[in-house]
Design a protein around this ligand. Sequence first.
Ligand code: AMP
Length: 194
Amino acid sequence: MSTQKTNLVLFGPPGAGKGTQANFIKESFGLVHISTGDVFRFNIKNATDLGKLAQTYMDAGNLVPDQVTIDMLSAEVEKNRAAKGFIFDGFPRTEAQAKALDILLNGYQTEITAMVALEVPDALLVQRLLERGKTSDRPDDANVEIIQNRINAYYSQTAILKSYYDAQGKYYGVDGVGTIEIITKRLKELINSF
Ligand code: AMP
């Protein structure tokens, strides 16, 4: 590995299983998990200014503006600057965010180790999100149109990041279909190989 820290971008469309898998792998590798969606939801729950700003975008299934998201992520990294490394979950979602992340990590003398992408077909994503919506208390999981909008945002703004990391030899696709346990095993084997 070229850097001492392991910094992973856990990638994939909404419903690919990023949050679930991040929770399983973070402990095995001693990494700090930062989910931008979770941080936004925490702020909404606590009615902070950031939460109020993010809510309209999130409820509609649109991306929160880049600068707001980048500033929030930078603060989360700074809070955990002593970490062995990070799992970024749901970030970056645009090329501007990916570039900002490179600059941010550079400032800590580290870099992205790999983008690990969970590959799942669209039909399965909608099914998984609607299922999650029954219990997750997430308004953006409860409505098929909003789910579709999130998937559209992924394809129009986020999917290009595959080429961004591929061009640096850092893209790794993992089959995201199967049981949670099997997918965790695939991810652990891959991460151990870095
Ligand atoms: P997630 O929990 O990753 O599914 O994110 C839920 C919602 O939070 C998204 O639909 C966006 O509205 C917002 N969000 C999370 N991460 C980002 C990001 N990196 N950039 C912009 N919006 C984000």
